[in-house]
Design a protein around this ligand. Structure first.
Ligand code: AMP
Length: 217
């Protein structure tokens, strides 16, 4: 199963992608996670990406396209993958097709998670991330057992630079300008389907599963 999850920042793509991983045993390919790891490790890629990420801007296409091509070649993607946070621009979507073709793969499902803007701002400003293992919490919806401490590994929780309100508004504008057009792009290719991204995590997941287990028209 090769799948793309679309939706604005804060729609719950990461959370839902992890549930898909558990249920279907395919890897989650998140360009955001790969880039954050590169920034933490101070690699050449991380150094180039950091300033864009801190300001809520998209990293240049050629950097992320290179990452994706490498990642999709890996053995663990052979029985499927879930793309989370990629593609984010028309240029990325257009370069994904030949990459997949070269690897003898195709996309089976594109699922778009819909959530309105003010709800997204509320969600994103409350998000806290573990510095050590990357686990995510939310001060309102999914608080850690002890404030500021990761339940999973005991690491320090922090607010990502790109989860501050001003940066969030920039990210949402970038989304409208650069990523929202992909909804039309995939709708025209006829495999896009949308789910409402409000309600409990399980409820949203069940909506996604219903779509994954029926073929697109
Ligand atoms: P995310 O965790 O998916 O919200 O990504 C965090 C940040 O990483 C974004 O705000 C961008 O700066 C960068 N990023 C992640 N994926 C992409 C992508 N496909 N294209 C460009 N920038 C990306």
């Amino acid at each position: 199963m090769n799948l793309i999850l679309l939706g604005p920042p804060g729609a719950g793509k990461g959370t839902q992608a992890q549930k898909v991983v558990e249920r279907y045993h395919i890897p989650q390919v998140s360009t955001g996670d790969i880039l954050r790891k590169a920034v933490r490790e101070g690699t050449a890629l991380g150094k180039k990406a950091k300033a864009f990420m801190d300001q809520g801007q998209l990293v240049p296409d050629e950097l992320v396209i290179g990452i994706i091509e490498e990642r999709l070649k890996a053995q663990d993607c052979s029985s499927g993958f879930i793309l989370d946070g990629f593609p984010r621009t028309m240029a990325q979507a257009e370069s994904l097709d030949p990459i997949l073709q070269r690897l003898g793969k195709g996309i089976d499902h594109v699922i778009n998670i819909e959530v309105d803007t003010e709800e997204l701002v509320r969600r994103l400003t409350g998000r806290r991330t573990c510095r050590s293992c990357g686990a995510m919490f939310h001060i309102l919806f999914h608080p850690p057992k002890a404030e500021g401490i990761c339940d999973r590994c005991g690491g320090d929780l922090y607010q990502r630079e790109d989860d501050r309100e001003e940066t969030i508004r920039t990210r949402l504008k970038e989304y409208e300008k650069q990523t929202a057009p992909l909804i039309r792009y995939y709708a025209l290719k006829s495999y896009l389907r949308s789910v409402r991204g409000t309600g409990g995590e399980e409820e949203i997941f069940e909506r996604i599963v219903r779509l994954l287990e029926t073929a697109p028209d």
